[in-house]
Design a protein around this ligand. Structure first.
Ligand SMILES: *[C@@H]1O[C@H](CO)[C@@H](O)[C@H](O)[C@H]1NC(C)=O
Length: 227
């Protein structure tokens, strides 16, 4: 389903070729990607499949549907609901969330090809991650409460801050110079201003009373007068 922030309406998107849970999903370069997952039963074809929906396809006068892309080499990415992080024309994903031993792969959108994640990037991917403007990846090491930023030239993660309130954070989102995550108990949203000169500043915003954060997205600033 698709939410249009301007009209406030939800509409149906094109149907997926196969129903799936525990899949990897993410957005990059104006397209939504869904990879792997399991339907009512495990199926190797579904667990290895990758589908892409070009959200602007109507505007580009292309067909409004999911396109089959290059398959994954195996079905290993079907055991957890994973965020595919859109970054520099690529989609990065790991096979399991949290700090467990994992495998990481990167999809090159233009080449429609899959490759291994660089060693340093994979080693530091120990919790939720999100990309700012599809340019810079931030991740929280959820056991240490450590926020870091990926340096692709050196294939290392630069440490930005350690804070108790970042421990166990999930559902990371990054936009407008801020990195936000839902706190371990879901009662608050932890916000870090990563655009300001260091040291980075952190504060918390309470979730609406009676609600727990189960997903986090930052919408663009809205204006009905936008042309
Ligand atoms: C993820 O990948 C790692 C490394 O290949 C493997 O040890 C682990 O069992 C996988 N986890 C799941 C949940 O598939």
């Amino acid at each position: 389903m698709i939410f249009d922030p301007l009209s406030g309406n939800w509409t149906l998107g094109p149907p997926l070729a196969a129903p799936r849970r525990w899949c990897a999903s993410g957005a990059c370069c104006g397209a939504v990607f869904v990879a792997s997952g399991v339907g009512s039963q495990y199926n190797t074809g579904v667990a290895r499949s990758v589908e892409k929906w070009d959200v602007d396809s109507l505007r580009h006068r292309r067909r409004w549907n999911w396109q089959k892309m290059r398959n994954l080499k195996d079905g290993k990415f079907s055991r957890d609901a994973i965020d595919g992080v859109g970054w520099r024309g690529k989609l990065c994903m790991v096979n399991v969330s949290g700090g467990a031993t994992k495998e990481g792969i990167i999809y090159d959108i233009e080449k429609d090809s899959w490759g291994e994640m660089p060693e340093g990037m994979l080693a530091g991917w120990r919790g939720p991650a999100a990309a700012m403007d599809e340019e810079t990846i931030y991740a929280v090491d959820e056991s240490k409460g450590l926020l870091k930023k990926y340096d692709h030239a050196k294939d290392v993660w630069a440490h930005l801050m350690v804070d108790e309130r970042l421990k166990g954070v999930h559902h990371l989102a990054a936009a407008g110079g801020k990195v936000c995550g839902s706190a371990a108990d879901g009662s608050t949203i932890v916000v870090v201003d990563v655009a300001a000169p260091p040291p980075a500043r952190l504060w918390e915003v309470a979730a609406p009373p009676g609600f727990q954060v189960s997903a986090l997205h930052i919408l663009p600033r809205l204006s009905n007068n936008a042309t």
